[in-house]
Design a protein around this ligand. Structure first.
Ligand SMILES: [Mn+2]
Length: 319
């Protein structure tokens, strides 16, 4: 088969997260444009770095990443669309097109934008369920396919990428297969990684590690890790699960590396402190970089600042 393509066609670039919401977003996108470039990032600052290096794409989509000032400055004079399912901290900013809808996964917002919802109802429902949101598509798919099957498929996809959280090529290949309409369990590379995580009992092991090491600071469940310590790919997910069981309001994973400490914050109550605004404000005062959504945020801070950051969050949370 000969395929003639326009050699000068510049690509579309999708920048999203490496979790289920991001992998499903990539699948929707690859269906819409199989030649698109996909970058998986973990934070607004990583997204900004990726944006700043891309001078050639004719169109860039940033999905599920809360835009901060730095990211918006890189959007200027370029064709950037930001798609998210959390409220904006910089509403009315015209440097990028903003498409925001709350109460469903980012993948679901992207699907309506691209008008591919009908082809992807099962995986959109999976993304909604992993994001802990109950949506009409989810209810419809639970009704059509049964809750057991849907929960199983969500678990297969969510476990699979955790087998090796650094493996973006896996994410891309998985998304490519999902874009062709497969269910997660029907894709051999996804199924194999799910089995690895399942057989090694990583989720229950991660939970017991958290229960052993979790420390309470007021209403915050804090877990400190050093260097190569890990929660077997389940990081904040395992910590948030245990903190929720212990009826805490926040989870803070504090991971000390060589030259900085990385902090992941999750809000459990819906009426708590805006963690994205807090992370942005704290890192503006103490370095290095941070930001995110109201109930899910992250920061890189100097190694000596982690105690201060947790204490400040505690003070804010008690008002
Ligand atoms: Mn999301």
């Amino acid at each position: 088969m000969s395929m003639l393509r326009d050699k000068d066609a510049r690509e579309t670039h999708l920048i999203t997260r490496g979790n289920v919401d991001g992998i499903v977003s990539a699948a929707l996108f690859l269906r819409h444009d199989p030649l698109c470039r996909v970058s998986f990032v973990t934070s607004p600052s990583a997204a900004s770095a990726t944006l700043s290096k891309d001078r050639h794409s004719h169109r860039i989509f940033v999905v599920d990443i809360s835009p901060d000032e730095c990211m918006l400055s890189h959007c200027e004079d370029r064709n950037v669309t930001i798609i998210d399912h959390h409220p904006l901290r910089h509403p009315g900013d015209t440097r990028a097109e903003m498409v925001i809808d709350e109460g469903r996964s980012a993948a679901s917002v992207l699907a309506s934008y691209l008008d591919v919802e009908d082809d992807f109802r099962p995986v959109i429902a999976i993304a909604d369920s992993v994001e802990y949101m109950s949506t009409p598509i989810m209810e419809e798919m639970w009704g059509d396919h049964g809750s057991r099957r849907m929960l199983r498929e969500a678990k297969v996809l969510d476990f699979s990428w955790r087998a090796n959280i650094k493996d973006d090529l896996f994410r891309y290949r998985a998304a490519m297969r999902l874009s062709q309409g497969a269910w997660p369990s029907e894709v051999p590379i996804i199924w194999r990684r799910f089995l690895t995580v399942q057989n090694e009992r990583r989720w229950p092991r991660a939970l017991s590690l958290v229960k052993e090491k979790i420390r309470r600071v007021g209403d915050i469940g804090v877990l400190e890790l050093n260097g190569r310590d890990s929660l077997l790919g389940f990081g904040t997910r395992a910590l948030t699960h245990v903190a929720t069981m212990q009826e805490l309001s926040y989870a803070a994973l504090v991971h000390r590396r060589d030259n900085h400490t990385s902090v992941s914050l999750r809000g459990i109550r819906s009426d708590g402190v805006d963690l994205g605004a807090f992370a942005e404000d704290f890192t503006r005062r103490h370095g290095i970089s941070g930001g995110g959504h109201p109930s899910s945020a992250g920061a890189r801070i100097p190694v000596t600042s982690s105690y201060k950051m947790i204490r400040e969050l505690h003070e804010l949370s008690v008002g």
